[in-house]
Write a protein of this length. Structure first.
Length: 500
């Protein structure tokens, strides 16, 4: 019997009423294992109404109450790491260690939310004028929404709702319809921790559900992570409806390797950053820029390591890389490799024919490595979102920097070098929001914010960290003047001498 994933509204499971369902496949077998209910407008409205009703009390709740519930939620997440990771592997396909890592990175933001009392401290200036004080405070927005991608079905939602809820907002989450079960499980655990009904709601669906959230008058802010075209649409549409928006888009992350770099360390980093999670992550390194004469040796070292990667089902402990999310996505990724030679690239490794014995119907693709890729090639220009690494050759640091800065994307980048002066110049001169120095995937820790530049971010706020707290709250300034007690009206004795 096929499993059905329903909505979570008002603290309980709500069966889909629209009559529309989407398939969820096991990427390792290609079999449809689950149906997910797609929300219509009425169901989205019900989730927003539940969140709005809950906000009347949650928005006024004490910080002590909120953090008490968050600490219990964190304990439950910690105790259920393996079970959540298993849900991720079953529907996304990534290997169990990657799935566990995803849960751990989500837990970092829950940790941040547990310490929200520090983040929400206001400011006070006394005696700005005679007997006048000015204070600043931050207050929640109300109902906020999150729309999250398939590649991190637990982590990215946890980048959003724990912090938003800790700030006093209520939340409506629309996770990816390709792997929805992890999001529902997170909501169930939060309810088990004592979260009041309606504070966190989960609705599944497609463009119908998304568009209703973007236009709903009671939704005050929208967080999004996904591709650049959809991020641009989310930002434009939600902003036109008067909402605050943070929309994180796609990426083409470059790794600049200077001639003095430790090539073994650079090759190790390139392989893990390009092929980890099968390349299905917005912080993957998809372009290595080799400077000077090191290119041939670096490509040889990358190839040597890449050929040793074991590909198989995510629940097999021997597997180091799993399948792609869908067969259609697998075919799209493969098209970049099969068309690379005609566009001037040298195909060093071609993984398009890879299969796994006993799992022939899975969404498999092997490791692909392209060398001497021209900047005009589709494999360089597009975000492939799969295990394809392109190597580009340049003669100088300045040429490599110009190549990176010419990209329309500015999510993450990295430099590998032993020279501190070169690294310092790079981190100041490169046009990207996150920079790694001898670190291939510079995803910030929870108390620093995550976000890119250019076409990798639409909106003014990065996600989580201080930016996240500011995004989910709005500022208020209070100017206060009180008369001195000695000026109290006649007959009122406050215990102060009249000549004070």
């Amino acid at each position: 019997m096929t499993k059905i994933v329903n909505h979570w509204i008002g603290g309980k499971t709500v069966e889909g009423a629209s009559g529309t369902f989407g398939p969820v496949t096991d990427p390792a077998t290609g079999a449809v294992t689950t149906k997910v209910a797609f929300a219509g407008v009425d169901e989205v409205d019900a989730a927003v109404a539940a969140a709005k009703d809950a906000w009347t009390s949650w928005g006024q709740s004490s910080l002590a109450k909120r953090t008490e519930i968050l600490f219990r939620f964190r304990a439950l997440l910690d105790a259920n790491r393996d079970a959540i990771a298993e849900l991720i592997t079953a529907e996304h396909g990534k290997v169990h260690s990657d799935a566990l890592g995803e849960v751990a990175r989500g837990l970092e933001i829950v940790d941040l939310a547990c310490g929200i009392t520090v983040q929400l401290k206001g400011e006070l200036s006394t005696q700005v004028a005679s007997r006048v004080d000015v204070s600043s405070l931050r207050q929640p927005l109300g109902v906020v929404a999150g729309i999250t991608p398939f590649n991190f079905p637990a982590m990215v939602p946890m980048w959003m709702f724990p912090l938003a809820i800790a700030c006093g907002n209520t939340f409506v989450l629309k996770p990816s319809e390709k792997d929805p079960s992890a999001a529902v499980r997170l909501a169930e655990l939060f309810a088990e921790a004592g979260l009041p009904d309606g504070v966190l709601n989960v609705v599944h669906g497609d463009k119908v559900a998304v568009d209703r959230l973007l236009e709903h008058p009671d939704v005050k802010a929208v967080s999004f992570v996904g591709s650049t075209p959809i991020a641009r649409y989310i930002h434009t549409t939600a902003s036109a409806n008067g909402k605050r928006v943070q929309a994180l888009g796609g990426a083409k992350n470059h790794m600049l390797v200077l001639p003095d770099a430790d090539l073994d360390a650079a090759a190790d980093a390139a392989v893990s950053a390009a092929y980890g999670s099968a390349g299905e992550r917005c912080m993957a390194i998809s372009a290595v820029v080799a400077v000077g004469a090191i290119g041939d040796e670096l490509v040889a070292k990358i190839r040597e390591r890449a050929e040793k990667i074991t590909i198989g089902p995510g629940n097999d402990p021997a597997s180091e890389m799993g399948p792609l999310i869908t067969a259609a996505h697998r075919d799209k990724v493969a098209s970049y490799v099969t068309g690379a030679a005609a566009e001037g690239a040298e195909v060093v490794l071609d993984g398009t024919g890879h299969t796994v014995e006993g799992f022939e119907d899975g969404h498999w693709i092997g490791i692909s490595l392209l060398d001497k890729v021209p900047t005009t090639a589709r494999a360089y220009q597009d975000e492939i979102f799969g295990p394809v690494l392109s190597v580009l050759r340049v003669e100088t640091y300045e040429e490599g920097l110009a190549l990176i800065n010419a990209s329309p994307y500015g999510n993450g980048t990295a430099i590998f070098t032993r020279d501190g002066g070169a690294a310092r110049r790079f981190q100041l001169e490169v046009e990207a929001g996150m920079v790694g120095v001898n670190v291939p995937i510079p995803v910030p820790v929870g108390y620093h914010s995550f976000g890119g530049w250019k076409d990798s971010l639409f909106g003014d706020h990065h996600i989580y960290g201080n930016d996240g707290t500011h995004f989910y709250t709005r500022g208020k300034v209070v100017t206060t003047r009180w008369p001195d007690p000695s000026e109290a009206p006649t007959g009122v004795d406050l215990g102060f001498p009249r000549n004070h």
